[in-house]
Design a protein around this ligand. Structure first.
Ligand code: ATP
Ligand code: MG
Length: 185
């Protein structure tokens, strides 16, 4: 398996961005150090269309797919895959959603478990997420260790400073900026 936790976070955050939300909030925290141990945890909160209890049940079921977005795919990926990965590596998950109000998805992973996927490229992940179309604001909070947040990112602020996120030059700058923040975190 070559996927990373960053891939999972990106996927779940994309669901939030596609939910019609004006605001998507992402928290990514990591305790422990490179020597091992600790926990990787993330929460995605959106104020989009939300899901009924029945819709949540369908969304977390690996054998149900709406067949619209991916007509050739026989199983869903997103949420079922997150749940399976968390449960197989000694972690857990939680989904709360209210129709018309929004959705909150959290998952945590035990960094001491040999089956935990690699974390992957966190700055690269933030860069992709900040470029999601749809939400007016994307607010990211990153924490390393046990203290408070190490750094925060807001799509509106970054886009204003860089004069838009579309140009190649802006993306290179953004990438450098995100990597320097993560190095100092
Ligand atoms: N944050 C959310 N808000 C509202 N509905 C959601 C949210 N997350 C998931 N869903 C619902 O659950 C369904 C399944 O989500 P999932 O991520 O598994 O697949 P998908 O987004 O349809 O396709 P893919 O992620 O493979 O592109 C979505 O189509 C959507 O109806
Ligand atoms: Mg999805």
């Amino acid at each position: 398996m070559h996927f990373t936790l960053a891939d999972l976070v990106t996927d779940i955050t994309q669901n939030g961005a596609e939910s019609g939300a004006a605001l998507v909030e992402l928290e990514v925290s990591q305790t422990g150090n490179s020597g091992g141990g600790g926990e990787f945890r993330f929460t995605v909160r959106d104020n989009g269309k939300g899901m009924s209890a029945d819709e949540i049940k369908r969304a977390v079921d690996p054998f149900v797919s709406d067949g619209i977005k991916h007509p050739h795919r026989k199983v869903g990926l997103g949420l079922p895959f997150l749940i399976q990965t968390a449960e197989q590596s000694g972690g857990g998950w939680d989904i709360k959603s209210e129709k018309g109000k929004g959705t909150t998805v959290s998952a945590w992973f035990d960094a001491g478990n040999v089956d935990m996927p690699p974390v992957g490229d966190i700055p690269g992940m933030f860069r992709s997420i900040l470029m999601f179309q749809g939400p007016r604001e994307i607010h990211i909070t990153r924490s390393r260790g046990t203290g408070g947040p190490s750094y925060e990112l807001r799509k509106t602020e970054i886009s204003e400073v860089l004069g838009g996120l579309e140009e190649t030059g802006s993306l290179v700058l953004l990438d450098k900026y995100l990597r320097s923040l993560e190095e100092d975190a």
